[in-house]
Design a binder for this molecule. Sequence first.
Ligand SMILES: *Cc1c(COP(=O)(O)O)cnc(C)c1O
Length: 390
Amino acid sequence: MNKEPLEEKEILEELASLKAKDFEYSTGRILGSMCTKADPLAKKVFCDFLDANLGDPGLFKGTQYLEEEVIKDIGSFLSIDSPFGNIVTGGTEANLMAMRAARNTAKKNKKIESPEIIVPKSAHFSFEKASDILGLKLIEADLDGNYKLSINSLKENITNNTIAIVGVAGTTELGVIDPIEELSEIAIENDLYLHVDAAFGGFSIPFLNNIGYKLPQFDFRLPGVSSITVDPHKMGLAPIPSGCIIFREKKYLDIMSVEAPYLTSKEQSTIVGTRLGAPAAATWAVMKYIGSEGYETLANECMINTSFLADALHKEDFEVVVNPELNIVAFNHPKIPTDELANILEEEGWMVSTSNYPKAIRIVIMGHISHIHLVDFLSTLRKIKSNLNI
Ligand SMILES: *Cc1c(COP(=O)(O)O)cnc(C)c1O
C-alpha cells in the first residue's frame, strides 16, 4: 500500500486504464450474462445513497421507507398485497434467507434434526451454498424431457426429514419454468415449505403474461408458495447488488430474527448487518422510471430477439436444446464440440457461456443485445462453420 497519499487525478487515471480492460454491455458482445447495463438514473441515485445503512434503519428512515416500497411494488406483480422481505445482495442471499426461514420453522414446529431440502437438478448452485451453511442435506430431483423438475422424482424423494421443496421459475441455464402449480399442491398436502426461485424470471414472467403470453403460474396466487426470490439486478435493470426475497407471512422473518443490541432496530432477520441502502433506493427509482409498461416492452423485445435467434440457429443446422420459454437460447452443433465452439466464439470476441446440463452454448438475450448484434453473431457462426468446412 502507498504511504503518501496519491493525487485524485493519478488514482482516476489508473482506474480508467483498468476499467478499459472490462467488457462493456453496450458492445452487444456479452452474450452469457444475466446482468445488464445500469441505467444512468440508477447510477446517480446509487451514489446519492452511498452511505445509507439499512442495518441501522432508525437513522435512515427515508431509505427504509424506500426498501418497504420496493417490496410492496414487487409484491404487487407477484400477487401479494402485504409482502414481507428485504432487498439483499442477490439471488444467492435471497435463497439463503428462504432456506434459513424454512429450516428454523421446521426445527421449531416439527423438531426435525436432519433436515433435507429437495431442489430440481437444474437449481442454481446457491442452494449448495445454503445447504452447506445451514447444515441441510441437498437432494436433487430429476428433470423431465423438457429439463423441468419431474414431479414423480420429487415425490419419490420426500421423506420425514424433508423441510422444504424448491421450484425454479426461469432456470439459470435454460430459462424454463418448473411446474410450480403442482408443487404448490404437494407442499400443502405434505405440509412442506415451498420456495420459488424466480431470480431470473420474476421480472419478466408477470409482464409477459400481462401482454398475452401464456406462461405458467408461479407466484403467491398459488396457496402453497411461502417465499419467492426475484433479482432486480437481472431483468429488473437495477444496479448490482439488488436481489429481493419476499415472504408470504411475517412469521418467516421473525423465526430467524436475532437481537441487535447497539442499533436503532431491536431485531435483525437479514444475514448481512451493515447493509447498503443504495440498491434499495436505486431499485425504487428504476422501477418508477420504467413502470410496468416499460417492463412489458423490455421483456417482449427480449423474447422477440430470442425467437429470432432460435429460428435462425435452427435454419443453420444448429440444435436448439429446448424451445425457449424465456429469453435464453441454448444450442449445439452436431459436428462441433461445445467447448471448442465456445472457445472459437471467444476468440472472435463473443463472450458466450456454456450450460452444464445439457452441455450447450448458452445465450441470455438481455436488453443490451439487439437484433443487429444477433445478425452479426450469426454471421460469425457461419464463418466458423465454413472455416471448419461444415
Ligand atoms: C442468478 C440466479 C441466482 C443467483 O443470483 P445472484 O444474484 O447471482 O446471487 C439464483 N437463482 C437463479 C434461478 C438465478 O438465475
